[in-house]
Design a binder for this molecule. Sequence first.
Ligand SMILES: [Zn+2]
Length: 366
Amino acid sequence: MKRFKSAGVIGGILIAMVLAVALYAQGLGQGRGGGQGRGQAQGGGEAQRGPYLPVNGQEPSLAVCYGLLAGARNPPPGTAPCRAITRVRGDLYSVQVNRYNTVFLVTPAGVILADPINVETATWLKEEIAQRFHVPVKYVVYSEVMQDHSSGAGVFHDTAEIWAHADLPKDLLLETEALGADRTKDIVPPDKTYTTRQTLTLGGKSVVLMHPGINHSNDATVLLFPAERVAFIVDFISTRRPFASELYPPLCKYCTATFTDWINSFKAVEALDFDLFVAGHGMVGTKADVTLYRRFFEEMVTGVTNGFKAGETLEQIQASDLLESYSWLLGYNPSRNQKMAEAYAYLQATQGNKTAQAGAPAASRH
Ligand SMILES: [Zn+2]
C-alpha cells in the first residue's frame, strides 16, 4: 500500500514536471511573431497555427496568466490581479491586467498611454511609470468607450490630455443609459477629439489615432505607433480566435454596422503599416492575424447568407462544414455556432423573413 502510494506520488511529480516543461517550452517556442520580453519581437509572415506567446511573457505567473489568456475570465474577487508590464518594441510597452491589455509609449517628454482600464489599474500604472521612467503621462487615448477599458483616466488628468474619437461622448451617453451611471462614473470625457485620423507627437515620437469605421462601437480608435510598427486594437479584432463581437441582437451595441461595415473596418486596419498588434484581450498578433480574422468573418457571413437565401434553417447551416478549416482557432466551439446564429438572426431581421426564429443567444460583451 505504501509502495503504491509512493508510486502515485512519484507519478504525480513526473506528470507535474512534464506539464511544467511543456508550458515552459510553449512559452519559449512562441516568440516568433508575437514574442517580446526576450529582445525585440519579430513580426511578419503568415499566421501559423497554435497560440502565440502571451502578452505578459513569462511573468508574473505563467500558469495563472496562461489560464487567463487561454480564454478564462477574470480571477475570483479577492484574488490579486495578474499584472505585467512587457516591452513590445523600442520604448513601447504592453500592460496586462487579468484579461485586459493596454499599451504605453515612453518619450523623454512623457508617456502616451492608451486605455487606463480602470481606476485601480491606473493608480498602479501611474506609480509604475513614475518609478521606472521618471516622466508623467501626457496623453491618454481611449480605444473605445467601453467602461471596462476606458475607466480611470482621471488618475492621469493632472498631467495628461485625454483624446478620443469624436463619437465617444455620444456613445458614453448610450453606455451610461445601458449600464447605469455607476458603471460609467470613472470614464472622464475626452479633452480633445478627432474624426478620421490624428497624429499626436511628444518628445520626438508619435502615435497615429485612426478611426476604422463603425463595428463593435461607433467610436473605435486604432493606435498606430509608426516607428515601432505596432498597432493597438481593442475588441473588434482578436488574435487567433473566431469573430468575437456581438452581431445581433443588436447588430452591435451602439451602432448599425452592416456585414460590409465590419469587413471595411478590418480592411482599414490591414491598410495600416505595421507588423504586430497588441489586442485589448489575449495574445499579440501580426497583420496576418488581422487578415485571418477578416477571412473568417467573410466566409462566415457569406456562408450563412447563401444558406439563408437558399431557404436553409440555421441548424442545417450549422451542420455543414462551413468554417471547418478554422477549427484550430482558440474558442472555435461554441463561437462558430453562436456567431452563425447571430448572423442568421440579423438576416431574418433585415431581410424580412421573420417567420422562423433563429433564437440568437444574448450578445456577449467582449
Ligand atoms: Zn473588451
